[in-house]
Ligand binder design. Structure first.
Ligand SMILES: NC(=O)c1ccc[n+]([C@@H]2O[C@H](COP(=O)([O-])OP(=O)(O)OC[C@H]3O[C@@H](n4cnc5c(N)ncnc54)[C@H](OP(=O)(O)O)[C@@H]3O)[C@@H](O)[C@H]2O)c1
Length: 272
């Protein structure tokens, strides 16, 4: 299944769908092998103006594309599938980007035997640094997974996970960028509290975040090791860490990600 031969339709090209379109185009995917659908005419015009991509009705996309990448909000998925589900030939690959929705949600609404792959990506796709987790649903073969990987590799890293892990993935890497932004925001505020101009605090913290992330990725060291290297006895860092522990930051992180996982499950239950 080589990508060159495939037309991908991004069904419901909102924020994540647009990230996918732009990433595929940056990677050299031919624009004539891409289609998009939108609910509002103004959104359709925006996508065509920005990317030169052909925006068509959902049913035209189903007819013309070999891969249907579903990127509507989970609560809109049932309505969309009521419209397109019965019209999808069972040899098309359906790739779901919808947080929380199991592949069985799609399989129940698609002709028997339609391969479904579930994907959870994240917004750093915009700078080709996404983390995308990919799972096979019923009828999805190794070839289908490889095709999904080919579509998401240009956007960053990819990882195959069992579908049972996808709600946890949603909580960790799907929502993950928001936690880092919140942390950076709080650290910039702290810089202001300490008397730094906002711009200086911003520059210091953003570069520190980038440097720390690159070290985490490239050194192969455990985060504890990296943290210990900055934490000298009776020094400044350990004073800060005592406060973080006193304020329950670690426990808050555990509870927060559990809440995100639970919300993914709730959204899936509501969508059904
Ligand atoms: N945002 C993230 O960081 C993130 C990360 C990982 C996964 N996801 C998942 O990605 C999916 C999309 O999220 P998003 O943030 O990109 O949402 P979004 O910006 O609202 O995009 C969804 C788009 O689908 C359109 N749409 C809805 N029903 C449609 C239909 N029947 N036919 C054609 N278009 C339709 C919407 O139109 P309107 O503009 O008219 O509403 C909207 O433009 C969600 O399932 C989410 O769980 C998001």
């Amino acid at each position: 299944m080589a990508s060159g031969a495939h037309t991908v339709a991004v069904i419901g090209a909102g924020k994540i769908g647009e990230l996918m379109l732009s990433g595929l185009l940056r990677s050299g995917w031919p624009v004539e092998r891409l289609l998009a659908t939108a609910r509002r005419p103004s959104r359709a015009e925006e996508l065509t103006a920005r990317y030169g991509v052909r925006v068509v009705d959902n049913l035209v996309a189903v007819d013309e594309a070999e891969v249907l990448a579903i990127s509507v909000k989970p609560q809109d998925a049932a309505t969309l599938l009521d419209e397109i589900g019965p019209k999808v030939p069972a040899d098309k690959l359906v790739v779901s980007l919808c947080a929380g929705l199991p592949t069985s949600f799609f399989s129940r609404r698609l002709p028997d035997g339609t391969p479904v792959v579930r994907v959870m990506t994240n917004t750093p796709a915009l700078v080709d640094e996404a983390m995308t987790a990919i799972s096979a649903g019923a009828h999805a073969t190794g070839e289908h997974l490889a095709l999904a990987e080919e579509m998401f590799k240009p956007l960053g890293a990819t990882l195959r996970v069992p579908e049972s892990q996808q709600d946890a993935v949603t909580a960790l890497s799907g929502s993950g960028p928001a936690y880092f932004y919140l942390l950076v925001e709080a650290m910039i505020d702290a810089g202001i509290l300490l008397g730094l101009p906002r711009q200086v605090a911003h520059e210091l913290i953003v570069q520190t975040a980038i440097g720390s992330a690159v070290m985490l990725r490239d050194s192969g060291e455990h985060p504890v090791k990296l943290r210990e290297a900055v934490t000298s006895p009776a020094g400044t860092t350990i004073s800060a860490i005592r406060e973080l522990e006193n304020h329950g930051v670690r426990a808050a992180m555990l509870a927060a990600l559990e809440a995100a996982r639970d919300r993914a499950r709730e959204l899936a239950a509501q969508a059904d």
